[in-house]
Design a binder for this molecule. Sequence first.
Ligand code: TEU
Ligand code: CA
Length: 560
Amino acid sequence: MENTHWWNRAVVYQIYPKSFQDTNHDGVGDLRGIIDRLDYIKKLGVDVIWLNPIYESPQVDNGYDISNYEAINPTLGNMDDFQELIDGIHERGMKLVMDLVVNHTSDQHNWFKESRKGKDNPYRDYYIWRDGKDGKEPNNWGSYFSGAAWKYDDESGQYYLHLFAPEQPDLNWENPQVRHSVYDMMNWWAAKGVDGFRMDVINLISKPAGLPDAKKSADEKYANVEPLVSNGHRIHEFLQEMNRNVMSKHKMITVGETPGATPEDAEKYAGLDNKELNMVFQFEHMGLDSNPNPALGKWDDRKTSLKDLRANLTKWQEKLYGKAWNSLYWNNHDQPRVVSRFGNDETEDYRVKSAKMLATMTHMMQGTPYIYEGEEIGMTNAYFPKLEDYVDLESINAYHQLVDDQHLLDGATMMKYIAIHSRDNARTPMQWDDSEYAGFSDHQPWEKVNPNYKQINVKKALADKNSIFYYYQKLIELRHTMPVITNGKYALVTGNEDDDQVFAYTRQNDDTTLLVILNYTAETVSRHYDVPSTATLLISNYEDDQHDTIRPYEAKVYQF
Ligand code: TEU
Ligand code: CA
């Protein structure tokens, strides 16, 4: 039942177009650059390519502020390039998923330009406008990018809601015209051959009736809106309506980015009956290393313990089994690099071993794996020392709010946290080779290249048969050929619950069992697991098997 759709066996490769490959010498990646690299992506063996937004946009939030949903950002290319790209993807037997950003638009979108003209404008109700309260914002909501979630507009004398930057006003999904404009636009892209959508913060679109204040702790200047706004009261109605108007008319793959979603929510969004979305992309395992003080959000330097990680991944594997479908990932364009965050990038050997171990952890689970550009060669965090090195508005705004404004952290501590958690870590240019600018461009890139590009790059990875690249290639091939990886039942090995060094689980269907053993640490440890004498070693990141002796970051999977 769980692998009846093609995408149940699929692996997705995510491309951040601005950082993938530049071809016209301006230091910004472009569509032609992706076209040039399609054979590389095909070699990895993935089935689907997801592109971050490539639409017309002032780029306040790198394309998540869209000013025209039906035009290509000219810096990235034009509609002819797009057509060539989609044809190239299809010719190679892959599919294309586009980013759908419809919680908000850019403030430069025509809808918003009209909307702010005044209360009587026909587009006024496309957005969320309110009068102030006692000379202040309509409620206490904070923006994801620091500060209030409301901006006063002089022109029309009211506040508008922006859960993200002020240049990203939230659309009013209560308005049926907004909803049908979005469905029309989705159908327009589907007619061009797009195979699906990754839906940006889709579970934030239904705002609570009356827009009440959210819970706020003493240190917080504005409230974190996620618990109140995510999974709102009309969300399932909206997504079912979208499904009837769009998804049911095409063969599409859909994934909802759903911060704040629990397994119970996932059953509704991504139940196997597919009334709404095919799968969720949720964040619980990404939040395990957040700061315990809500005012500091994700800014901290703690490492996620194996106990917390295992408990969380296990919960999702068990609760969704036979009911709903999840994404499996460590990285995206908003997250630090997996090998620096959960693994060990201090030595070359540990970097390679821990990257493979972490890949094994997720790729042997049930769900749809996502590989983010550069993950397949073990790219690391950038460790930029100065605030000026960072480009992303989230990091820069958080620094000013927490250090300069609220004095909750000193500058040096915040810089340490930014080096660990900044979204820029994911956005440094793809490292293709050891030439200047890493083969990404021959021009100074829009975001600095990670200084380690001479050691870590695609050219080196492809020349080394033991590279992280070929390990991912093998994991993908195993998923395509072994049904147990997509349909087997997940179970923790008895007694593993409290082990703070080794993670051991099984996957089992009617004819096959897999035993996955993963050392999360740099220690050599001794553990005994019952492995039948008939078992074969399916994949491992060491050259030999020392059975009960499990070496640093060792990963091995037995099949029986
Ligand atoms: O991200 C939504 C989201 O939940 C992020 O704000 C996340 O919490 C944060 O980036 C973690 O640091 C999506 C996109 O993936 C992101 O790139 C956009 O900036 C955001 O929506 C607004 O569109
Ligand atoms: Ca370019």
